[in-house]
Design a protein around this ligand. Sequence first.
Ligand code: AHR
Length: 505
Amino acid sequence: MNKISVIIPEKIGKISPEIYGHFTEHIGGVFYDGLWVGEESSVPNIKGFRKDLIDLLRKIKPPVIRWPGGCFAETYNWRDGIGPREKRPTTVNWWYNSDKKLETNQVGTHEFVEFCRLVGAEPYFAANVSSIPPLETRNWIEYCNFPEDSTSLAALRGENGAAEPFNISYWGIGNENWGGGGNMTPDDYCTQYRKVGTIVTSLDEQLYLIACGPNNNDLDWTRRFFEKWRDIAAGHPTDTQINGYSIHYYCHNDHDPLTFSRDEWYDNLSRAAYMETIIKQQSAVIETYAPDVKLIIDEWGNWHPDGSGPSNGENLFEQQSTMRDALVAAITLNIFNKHCDKIAMANVAQLVNNLHSLFLASGDKLTVTPNYYVFDMFKGHQDGQAVKTIVDSQKISFLDEGREEETSLIDCSASIKNNLLTLTITNSHLYKAQEVAIDFLGNRINSIKRYLELKADDPHHFNTFEEPDRISPEERTAKYTGSGADMKITLPAASVTLLELELSS
Ligand code: AHR
């Protein structure tokens, strides 16, 4: 029988809520028609943003939302997105070559901050490093954060309707500067980071600055960036800081998002499991150079071939999400919890009408995807103390381009908050339910407070505007009291399970 041991006394660290963060870019249908319908729309809205989406998003406690890109950030001029909306310029979006859509700038700094406040999240701004001068990033920060009327930019913010500062803490210095953000070498980028970081730090030392790390697990980028960082610092000590170091990792694949085969299912889940290797290897390198810098995974998720979403390819990168995507989300979030001592933030890409989305929306229609429910089931981990878990189960083999590979059958993570143990478990088996015995070491379980399962009659299923409840979690009831003893439960095939258990003390 499969076995999970929850070692309650072995604490890993506190799970920062920001691990459950989101990402929204001006791309395809994310903003226009996704989040933003405009104040005059017949679609119920709050200050121009879809009301139903706001209500649902609030429920899963989004801690932080990254904006305005992605690649878009690297040609964004924040000045285009302030002032009266009817006077804002129409500009060419970074993604113009792919979808010929223009940017109307109807959502800018003020609107995005408003959206974050409506859903209870902190904004995380990604600044343009490759196509505007560093002073403009400093100016944007001054515009957002300086006290009322203290400078001309702060007064301009007041004229634009926000006398009180926005107090934006999280600033990303560039996006994918190894690629769309200027095609830089790690050495070039380090020099650029240093320039921007220095003048930004001189403005405010309390900001949380995030440097651009590699694509996937490119250890060479990380080594070279930090070597250059160390060398410059040795020669020219300054107060320039790096708080977070961001990595982007997508589970890219060329499988049909809806009709994937058995091998494609396991191949995709094994790519999600690779996140653990990335975290271990990247943080080992970072620790040798800059032990205080934390990892940020500010873009992650599945990236399937385009066109499976409700817009039939109209919205760039929009894709449907099946139970395969839900499992990828749950496997990834379990990894983040287990390595919460190394990760400060993560942002799933992207919130609506895009890759690995939690919502799909068009006109007056909206549905949540199975990914939404994973975030809902995992929200109890936010701010919890992660505790060690050991899984003893077989591996499953599959073929990846003719090579035999294997991936785990069962994964989990556990955390404790207010005497409640949250345990989230995945069963990756495509067809077979799995019996699992769970051993709780070091404390007694008083009762099962909540037991939820996310599964589908067929793992290829997904939610649509017409059938929005095809996949949603089901409540189960079970009784258990004990300690050290095995609790036995059955995990349905291709499923995610949540157990909330009351501890005795
Ligand atoms: O999420 C879509 C794109 O993927 C982002 O703009 C970019 O940062 C990444 O390559």
